[in-house]
Write a protein of this length. Structure first.
Length: 95
């Protein structure tokens, strides 16, 4: 089960990156995360998305490797958070 949750976390990171890129390149969406907006300005859109999602994927994998306590709860929180972000991105793209 934990491996399934890990895989889902990684897939949602990739989906977030793809939908963020599509949304922000379509010019009808804007980034609401101030830190990411700043990073987009400093590094560029695609490198920022790859960097941020790469860091999150690394954290998710480290949680798995070190089998941190409450790992299931950590993954459920991350999955819930990124499902909300993913569906919000899709909603904004569809506008």
């Amino acid at each position: 089960m934990i491996l399934t949750l890990l895989t889902l976390c990684i897939l949602l990171q990739v989906a977030d990156g793809i939908t963020t890129y599509i949304g922000l390149t379509s010019e009808n969406c804007q980034e609401l995360n101030k830190v990411m907006s700043w990073l987009f300005e400093k590094v560029g859109l695609l490198p920022s998305i790859i960097l941020a999602n790469g860091i999150m994927i690394s954290i998710v994998i480290l949680v798995y490797v070190f089998s941190l306590p409450y790992i299931t709860y950590i993954y459920f929180i991350l999955i819930t958070m990124y499902l909300i972000i993913f569906f919000n991105n899709l909603r904004e793209i569809a506008k």
